[in-house]
Design a protein around this ligand. Structure first.
Ligand code: SF4
Length: 222
């Protein structure tokens, strides 16, 4: 079994209703809920994200096909919406996609492109053998390995590590995957290590400053 992405989509939520920060391999965006259900509408809601995924997949698939054929079709649009019907405990969902050609196309091209649009990869996922599995970890149940010096502690949670290579490719003086003790807290200044830890896409790395801890201990002793 091999995941499609080296780095998972990483979502976090805090107390602001209902803003989620979603990180993908090359950036970050906000998802939210509309004001009608208590959010602030600062980003697309989960249903809009699902439909956006489908719309972009169909349009990209069409563009790839058109380019391969060398057809002169320069602009298309797609409207996507869904409705749901409840019957007892069962909810059935129908997604409708309306493809609009914003340039001249022949009837033959239109039929072929409709066929191609139906078969985009995201449609295949949604209509195929789809399972959604959810695993839960409580902080204290997660194995954590500690690497420390007198200034900092770096915690690493191997079960969360997605082996994205980001830490060791960007800061090889500290992150050394071929070594048994693979994180060397003496390999770079604390600030630089903290900066790198913040870039871990999976939350496997945590940075703690021992300087603040020490000064608290000193003031408590006093
Ligand atoms: S610990 Fe390093 S290799 Fe693992 S997910 Fe974080 S950045 Fe990637």
């Amino acid at each position: 079994m091999k995941y499609k992405f080296e780095e998972p989509i990483h979502g976090t939520i805090e107390k602001t209703k209902y803003q989620c920060s979603i990180e993908w391999r090359n950036g970050k965006f906000i998802a939210d809920e509309p004001a009608s259900i208590g959010g602030e509408d600062t980003g697309p809601d989960p249903f809009s994200l699902l439909l956006s995924s489908l719309a972009s997949c169909k349009l990209i698939t069409l563009r790839m096909y058109i380019d391969k054929k060398g057809w002169d079709v320069d602009k298309m649009a797609l409207n996507v919406n869904l409705y749901q019907e409840k019957s007892g405990d069962l909810i059935s969902t129908t997604i409708d996609c309306d493809l609009l050609f914003l340039c001249p196309v022949t009837d033959e091209q239109k039929l072929k492109l409709l066929e191609i649009a139906k078969e985009c990869p995201v449609s295949k996922i949604l209509q195929g053998d789809l399972k959604v599995r959810v695993f839960a970890f409580r902080e204290e149940e997660v194995k954590t390995v500690k690497y420390a010096n007198d200034k900092i502690t770096v915690l690493w949670k191997p079960d969360f590590c997605q082996h994205s290579t980001r830490c060791w490719s960007q800061l090889p003086q500290v992150f050394k995957p071929t070594m048994k003790k693979w994180i060397d807290p003496n390999g770079a200044p604390p600030g630089r290590i903290q900066e790198q830890v913040a870039k871990c896409p999976s939350g496997a790395l945590i940075f703690l400053s021992n300087i603040e801890k020490k000064s608290t201990e000193i003031s408590l002793d006093n």
